[in-house]
Design a protein around this ligand. Structure first.
Ligand SMILES: [Zn+2]
Ligand SMILES: [Zn+2]
Length: 229
């Protein structure tokens, strides 16, 4: 493998880890419930506490603040090993993904507490800068979900990827984002702007579901069989 191929695979591994950090974070913020078994206490609750008190998680011991993400990385490492797919790209993905929470922590620390090499990487956007991450906290916790670099948030937010998925999940399965539900409404989340993209995706997915349901139940309706709708 040439040096160029290694560089490309390392870069792709970091990009994929950044996207993965965004999806995990989005899921936590949008659907996570602290009452869920195991991950409710170890993943969702600390995430809610972080929105209320952003600096608290920066003070804990290294292992405690990273245990959830290391656990997820171990599961993926096992899957890659079992499927014989450990290579430069997947190993970079695992290492970079494991450090997503540390990158998040560096983005919250005061400048003087961040090592110079890390500051240089933050400056060029290869690690997430404080200013970039603060947009997540400032804008109602519904943008800038990726926490490793500054590279992928502009694409995912610009394309309304998360609002589209939320809309499709709501239209198909009636799964509402956490901030819409009466049963679990965290005060710090407040009222959030419901993007037109999400409403459109929801309407389109609901329409598709109704059409599909009509097609699936057609023989039953025509031949007088019991509907399973
Ligand atoms: Zn944060
Ligand atoms: Zn968040």
């Amino acid at each position: 493998m040439s040096i160029y191929e290694i560089i490309v695979q390392v870069f792709l591994g970091v990009v994929l880890a950044d996207i993965a950090s965004g999806f995990v974070h989005w899921f936590e913020d949008t659907y996570g419930n602290p009452k869920w078994p195991i991950i409710g206490k170890w993943v969702i609750e600390p995430n809610i506490v972080h929105h209320e008190d952003p600096l608290r998680f920066t003070k804990g011991p290294f292992l405690r603040r990273n245990q959830a993400v290391f656990g997820i990385a171990l599961v993926f490492a096992g899957l890659f090993a079992l499927t014989d797919s450990l290579n430069v790209l997947t190993v970079t993905f695992l290492i970079a993904g494991s450090y997503a929470n540390e990158a998040h922590r560096w983005a919250h620390l005061p400048t003087h507490a961040v090592p110079k090499a890390i500051r240089a990487l933050q400056h060029v956007g290869l690690l997430q800068s404080a200013q970039h991450h603060w947009a997540h906290h400032r804008k109602g916790f519904n943008t800038h979900y990726c926490s490793l670099t500054n590279m992928m948030n502009p694409f995912l937010d610009g394309l309304h990827v998360f609002r589209l998925i939320e809309g499709v999940l709501e239209g198909l399965f009636r799964i509402k984002p956490r901030y819409d539900r009466e049963a679990y409404q965290h005060p710090t989340l407040g009222r959030r702007w419901i993007a037109p993209t999400r409403r459109l995706a929801c309407a389109a997915a609901f329409h598709a579901r109704v059409r599909l349901n009509a097609v699936l139940t057609w023989p039953h309706r025509c031949f007088g069989l019991n509907s399973f709708a």
